[in-house]
Design a protein around this ligand. Structure first.
Ligand code: 9UX
Length: 69
């Protein structure tokens, strides 16, 4: 099933940060789209929940150097 999840992300200060987070999320198998918003400090992710667990989304953000929560 297609699911949608919003993550609050701390530490993004510029558009390159936004791109890094978007790329990290979109590189996960099962992620269909990731809309990362600098002003809102969040990412809205559309994904196939049969292919990727929500914890993996948060882990990808953390691995790219930012904080979730
Ligand atoms: Mo600009 Mo974002 O130097 O990490 S890329 S702050």
């Amino acid at each position: 099933m297609t699911a949608s999840s919003t993550l609050k992300i701390q530490g993004m200060t510029c558009n390159h940060c936004v791109m890094r987070v978007a790329k990290a999320l979109k590189s996960l198998p099962g992620v269909q789209d990731a809309q990362v918003d600098l002003q809102k400090a969040q990412a809205v992710i559309t994904y196939d929940d049969a292919k990727v667990a929500p914890e993996k989304l948060a882990a990808a953000v953390v691995e790219s150097g930012y904080k979730v929560g």
